[in-house]
Design a protein around this ligand. Structure first.
Ligand code: ATP
Ligand code: MG
Length: 399
């Protein structure tokens, strides 16, 4: 069989059409085209991505790497399937017939399957109707490969033939990631730590079309440069799916130490998390982010019991999206493996929550008590938050 890149120079992009009628449809398609272009940036070869009569085509101009392109397209949300396609010019039916027969032999050399030809004739000037083309192509395929059989009800293989300005043939579909194109559902701010869960939470939010920026709370020298680099690496991995993002790095050390000095140690984690939420909300408010996203999962650790989630959630007005809330750890790990963040997440660098954790953190924080403890921070905390926001580092991340 010929190398894939020799055979296929184009891809038909399939996307779910439910709910994207009318005006939404064109927003959806334009966002999808933008994300496809972004995903192919940096890939070997030149590509044109275009919309034609309700379809999206990716066409390679010159040499390219088939596996690289399908892998990159496989990360674009909104794509339900990627069909490698042969495109060619034709004048007569004989031109189409010869190319189709050639295609069947090259792409499906197995020789013992059932098939059906399905033609769409968009070129209404072409003198044959779709049904006639189907029948004639079926005959030609059977004549060339007598071991094949036609099955119009449940064929093993569909040969799709499109008679347009040029003609297209395709028969295979590589599954896409589904979801909605990023940029069609607003923007959210992801609290991104170096763990396994938050990159998965970012991925799942982006999958529904939400553009993402991220914030990381860094606590030097308690957390190292390597720990920060790990978060940058994770942000890059998430942005292979979500598109470019801003990563805000907040120096959290002084705030953490101040809480450590002033508040009961068993409340440290919960109070720290409340300040993370407040700072994240302030960053979201500077731009157009409409929600915060975390990697919390009920009961995973003391700070993620339902009372703890209620207690950290109460400090902000924006909705907090927790895409992995109902997942067991293993289910989150499975997604992390699938999207390629796991290996990076398990690198052994301390994160800022592990250093200050108490032996027996509160697992049922009483909000009134926590609020009272926070009053002990009244003297300096607002100024510290302002400083942390002002002195933050902002990085532009691209996968
Ligand atoms: P993860 O695997 O995402 O780190 P985790 O199981 O370690 O999660 P926690 O450390 O309790 O859980 O954090 C819960 C959530 O709070 C994280 O998923 C993340 O969204 C946010 N978070 C925790 N620490 C940080 C940090 N240093 N910077 C930014 N966000 C953080
Ligand atoms: Mg963590």
């Amino acid at each position: 069989m010929a190398a894939q890149e020799e055979l296929f120079h184009a891809f038909l992009i399939k996307y779910a059409e439910i709910g994207i009628k009318g005006k939404n449809r064109y927003l959806f398609e334009d966002a999808l085209i933008r994300q496809i272009r972004f995903a192919l940036k940096g890939a070997e070869g030149d590509f044109s991505v275009r919309k034609e009569m309700g379809r999206i085509y990716v066409e390679a101009e010159g040499a390219f790497d088939f596996d690289e392109v399908t892998e990159r397209l496989g990360r674009v949300f909104g794509i339900s399937g990627i069909c490698p396609m042969v495109q060619f010019d034709y004048k007569t039916f004989a031109d189409i017939r010869d190319r189709v027969v050639d295609y069947v032999g090259k792409v499906h050399p197995e020789g013992n399957f059932t098939f059906k030809v399905q033609t769409k004739r968009a070129n209404k000037g072409f003198p044959m109707e779709s049904n006639e083309i189907n029948a004639k192509l079926g005959e030609a395929i059977l004549a060339a490969y007598p071991s094949l059989k036609v099955n119009v009800h449940e064929p093993d293989v569909f040969f799709y033939v499109e008679v347009r300005e040029r003609a297209n043939i395709y028969s295979g579909v590589i599954p896409g990631p589904g979801g909605m194109p990023v940029g069609t559902s607003g923007r959210a701010l992801l609290l991104l730590s170096g763990g396994i869960d938050s990159p998965v939470a970012g991925y799942m939010t982006a999958k529904r079309g939400v553009a993402i920026d991220a914030v990381y709370f860094h606590a030097p020298p308690y957390t190292s440069e390597r720990a920060k680099q790990k978060v940058v690496d994770l942000a890059k991995l998430v942005s292979r799916y979500s598109g470019p993002m801003k990563l805000h790095v907040i120096n959290f050390t002084d705030i953490q130490l101040y809480i450590y000095d002033q508040c009961p140690h068993e409340e440290l984690t919960i109070i720290m998390r409340r300040y993370m939420m407040r700072i994240a909300e302030a960053i979201a408010g500077e731009g157009d982010a409409l929600a915060l996203v975390t990697g919390e999962s009920i009961g995973q650790v003391a700070s993620q019991t339902l009372p703890s989630l209620a207690c950290t959630g109460e400090v902000c007005d924006l909705p907090v999206i927790r895409p992995v809330i109902g997942f067991d750890k293993q289910e989150i790990v499975d997604i992390a493996l699938k999207i390629g963040t796991f290996e990076t997440s398990i690198q052994p660098f301390e994160d800022c929550c592990t250093i200050f954790v108490a032996k027996h953190p509160v697992i049922k924080p009483n909000r009134k008590i926590i609020r009272r403890s926070e009053e002990r921070l009244a003297e300096k905390i607002e100024e510290m938050v302002r400083t942390a926001l002002k002195e933050r580092e902002v990085m532009e991340i691209q996968g």
